[in-house]
Design a protein around this ligand. Sequence first.
Ligand code: ADP
Ligand code: MG
Length: 730
Amino acid sequence: MSLRFNAISALTSDNTAKAGVADTKVTAIFGENVFTLEKARSFLSNEAYKSLLSSVQGGKKIDRNLAGQIATGIRAWAESKGVTHYTHWFQPLTGTTAEKHDSFFTLKGDGTPIEEFDGGTLIQQEPDASSFPNGGIRATFEARGYTAWDPSSPAFIYELNAGKTLCIPTIFVSYTGESLDYKAPLLKAVEAVSKAAVEVANLFDKSISKVTPTLGWEQEYFVIDEALANARPDLIQAGRTVFGAAPAKGQQLDDHYFGSIPERVYAFMRDFENESYKLGIPLRTRHNEVAPAQFEAAPIFEEINIAVDHNILLMDVMTRVAKRHKLKVLLHEKPFAGINGSGKHNNWSLATDTGINLLAPGKTPKTNLLFLTFFINIIKAVHDHADILRASIASASNDHRLGANEAPPAIISVFVGEYLAQVLNDLEKRVGEKFDEQDEAILKLDLHRSIPELLLDNTDRNRTSPFAFTGNKFEFRAVGSSANCANAMITLNTIMADSLKKFKAEVDELIKGGSKKEIAVMQTLQKYVVESKNVLFEGDGYSFEWEKEAEKRGLPNVKTTPLALDALSTDKAKELFESNGIYTHRELEARHEIELENYLKKVQIEGRVMGDLALNHIIPVAVNYQNTLAQNIKNLKDLGLEEASYSGQLELLNRVSTHINVIYKKIHEMTEARKVANNIENIRTRAIAYDSQVKAQFFDEIRYHVDKLEHLVDNEKWTLPKYREMLLLR
Ligand code: ADP
Ligand code: MG
């Protein structure tokens, strides 16, 4: 029996569905595996606690001497919960997380066994880092990289089956101090935007001394039966199905969206939610998405650094917990062709230490001006750096989704909603008009008229925009489901920091020239509206008309990753990232190279998987069926039957034979094209070749013929689980 039928019979006899999770009140377990400040207070001396607190809240460096005390406190807490091992937890540029587990246990010089975790081990470690991507920053002979403690993200205990490990969130840098991960640049971008935002906010409100970016992500994913997934080598190796004919019942009935969640999936959700609560991940919503077998998890928003850690942690928790339920989580952006893909909307805003959301429109004109300033600055930032923002979400897997008709296009535009579009229009109309030398000048714009309380309900109508204002935050929807949010968030916060800095300088200049503050702000905002209105788009982002219109406006529309990444090598990008202290030129170049390499490796794997499946799964089965048909025709002919009586079989045989021939030929040609591509020295040219000469030339065509065969060949003989089975069987 083939893997496929084994899997199907295992599924129908599977009873894990009922293996429920005890009902626990969320508040009873929330954060129990996190070394929160509250726990720090009871496990640390006053002095050590204060040092940790000021590091978490004020970004102050922790004294090396106190680090020892903190380490001892963390160990005491961890041991009280049965932990024996610890690890520095970090986010290398592979897109997942990395750990190296060490035991607290050690031997003293005289051989006495002790458990130990000292300050040095808390603060810094040297994992064997030679196997992580570094884009040429570390030559292999100098494979040293360091992980360094990030006190702003709390330590946590990760429970893996029976074992419990203390995880210390860390950044990962090279021996020479260059960042090799996502966290280090994210922390820098947060600092840059905070600093710039405080200065601008102080124009209006002197009491603001800290601004923090917030992030609420919405994680989409597919869940299918594990045995079925295991019988698909493409899902296991490439994360997506490279072949598979569309099922008769897809998503056309719209019966899945917000439909009831299948029992087995529900048990899995409750289980991973409980694990997430223990880790302090504040998950809230839980519902079906548009496609069959697709779901979403979203938390309450948090401070961005924590939110990013929590997302990457959740992806891991989900994947591991799924195993207990004999399910497989698919985080790929497009696991199934023809079926909706998965994204990860990034809801982003800026919050002040005085409790103001800077992207929430206030009620009085003055606070509106504060809001408008931040609102218009982000629009300007997106306008000026749409190309870099596009690059920040580029990946081989997201290429399958962006521009496909259910996902945001590869064109970066901003949706603000009718009311705010009107406000921006009003502002623009008054360009050149002289304002009264009074604060009342602002009142004349009657901004509060345009921003009614209804706003929250009125803005979120357009689901087709990649970057949409949704009432009190922007929602960056083009981020891929498998991505580390940090990549997009580093860029978003950096461009905002840059815009705010320039804005402040322009306003200061006008004030120096004698303008009143409000007038200076207003004039600069007007200028920004004029300069960036091209990026505003309120219509249907999925439409062809928009592509044409965007082209007229000169907006970039780069559809493939290798070309989208070019935005990282422009002088503009270098200047942006360097002047804001995020990446040096070298670091940026290294990132560019790593992204290109990730891309081409992914496409290479897909090409290989296609070859393997075609030659070892598809063609043998099709040839077998071809023989059956041929034998049948021969038998009928031998019996003396008229050709008309077996013309159907003949036609079928013909079609099967044609598809087999084309597949074989194309697989061979694709292998040759890969060889040619592999010999290209320059990595960018090589990545482009993988895209244009391998993927674009062969993937769709080979798939077309394989999927045709799936429809023609005897179902009993087909070895790969079919779409209808993976998507609809539970
Ligand atoms: P949807 O986009 O599915 O309609 P919502 O608009 O209700 O859902 O919220 C989506 C996400 O936005 C949630 O994860 C929520 O935490 C997040 N969110 C709400 N306010 C903010 C904010 N100020 N900053 C960042 N994220 C926010
Ligand atoms: Mg959303």
